[in-house]
Design a protein around this ligand. Structure first.
Ligand code: ADP
Length: 237
């Protein structure tokens, strides 16, 4: 379970995240949605211990990321696609993570199959398309077989087939009792994937609940956002 409580983050005078609270529950896919610059990545970085909040707490299974005993086996994260060295082959990127975390090498082949990259495992990451980089990032997140997944913009750059693959994988993954938190600025692309929705705009949570409850009475999630904020998502969505 993920629990973000009253998290704020200031960068100089800029309040990037302003008192954000929400939960992501086991067995559910939770979408953390909002336009570019809304504060999604900052919140996720704080959750994963990559940044310190100015105030508030972000907990994974009741602990801060830094105090998790087995972080990679507890939570898999993909923040900006693959942060892999371009000269490294996809498979070597995964090998490096597996070895440094005592993950058996058979897991590498399992996760490559899961994300549909088995055929391109020996290609250098620098030659990967954006979609392939996303897939290798997801594969890395899955290596430790974690019960919780945190994915920043996982469908960005994926073709429709790639989106379907990720979508059905996340569905099965959550259905077997795991927790998925994914961020996106593409509301319509994730509306079919998520159970629960947390909408952030300008650093603040403006809606939080089951997808059906949020969209009730609206033609789409974008329309619900428009009603809530008075502004159209625009090209940045
Ligand atoms: P999102 O992920 O929703 O696109 P971000 O969390 O990346 O939004 O950014 C939220 C706000 O915080 C933006 O206005 C962004 O410019 C600002 N911001 C993010 N990181 C930094 C940083 N390291 N220094 C200064 N401002 C930042």
């Amino acid at each position: 379970m993920i629990e973000v409580a009253n998290v704020s983050k200031k960068y100089g005078p800029k309040l990037a995240v302003d008192g954000v609270s929400f939960r992501a529950s086991a067995g559910r896919v939770t979408g953390f949605l909002g336009p570019n610059g809304a504060g999604k990545s900052t919140t996720l970085r704080i959750l994963l211990g990559l940044d310190r909040p100015t105030s508030g707490t972000a907990l994974i299974d009741g602990r801060r990321y830094a105090s998790l005993r087995n972080p990679l086996r507890t939570v898999g994260a993909m923040l900006d696609g693959a942060s892999a060295v371009p000269e490294r082959r996809g498979i070597d990127h995964l090998r490096w993570i597996a070895q440094s975390n005592r993950i058996p090498s058979r897991r590498i082949f399992e996760v490559l199959e899961t994300v549909g990259l088995a055929e391109s495992a020996k290609v250098r990451v620098g030659k990967y398309s954006l979609g392939m980089k996303q897939r290798i990032g997801l594969a890395a997140a899955l290596l430790g077989n974690p019960r919780i997944l945190v994915l920043d913009e996982p469908v960005n750059g994926l073709d429709p087939e790639g989106i379907r693959t990720v979508r059905s994988f996340l569905r099965r993954y959550a259905d077997s009792g795991n927790t998925v938190l994914l961020s996106s600025h593409l509301m319509s692309e994730v509306a079919e994937t998520v159970d629960d929705v947390v909408i952030i705009n300008d650093g603040r949570i403006i809606a939080d609940g089951e997808l059906d409850a949020i969209t009730e009475g609206h033609a789409s999630l974008e329309e619900a956002f428009f009603t809530l904020t008075g502004s159209r998502p625009g090209r940045s969505w």
